[in-house]
Design a protein around this ligand. Structure first.
Ligand code: ZN
Length: 159
């Protein structure tokens, strides 16, 4: 089966992210590290740790991941951490919802997902959807935690 030129380009970008992942390696505890969430995808053996540094204003200043897994899971985590820099928690939550639609085969048109939009092809391979969404599920949990923490801070300062 011959791949179209476009499919080949997508493959190259995905393989490049998995071979040379961005933001791989967690920030050590003594250097202003943020909370870490670890998630596993037992069907494929992927393990991902995602870490966010969120400032007082709720903006993501740093995003790192670590772990082991297949090309799709590693590429997706690399693409995600690149996308998150400078985003607010609300924006991060929106991106995650958008990505979830994308990998289920829905058309996503506004281009917010950057390189991650190239993972749309996994919609055709249901077994790989969990690989692609693993880092994003970790993101959802971190965003929930950070939102709760920031609401608590607001309540305390209102007292
Ligand atoms: Zn996988």
């Amino acid at each position: 089966m011959a791949l179209s030129k476009l499919d080949q380009l997508y493959r190259e970008v995905i393989l490049d992210h998995s071979a040379h992942p961005k933001n791989k390696g967690l920030v050590p505890m003594d250097k202003g590290s943020g909370p870490v969430i670890e998630l596993k995808n037992p069907t494929c053996g992927d393990v991902i740790q995602l870490q966010l540094q969120v400032n007082e204003a709720g903006i993501i200043e740093g995003s790192h991941f670590d772990g082991v897994g297949c090309s799709i899971s590693m590429a997706s985590a690399s693409m995600l951490t690149e996308l998150l820099q400078g985003k607010s928690l609300e924006e991060a939550h929106g991106l995650s919802q958008e990505f979830s639609k994308l990998v289920q085969g829905e058309t996503v048109t506004d281009g917010r997902l950057g390189d991650a939009s190239l993972l749309a092809g996994v919609a055709k391979f249901p077994a790989r959807i969990k690989c692609a969404t693993l880092a994003w599920k970790a993101l959802d949990q971190l965003v929930d935690q950070a939102s709760t923490a920031s609401n608590q801070r607001k309540e305390e300062s209102n007292e």
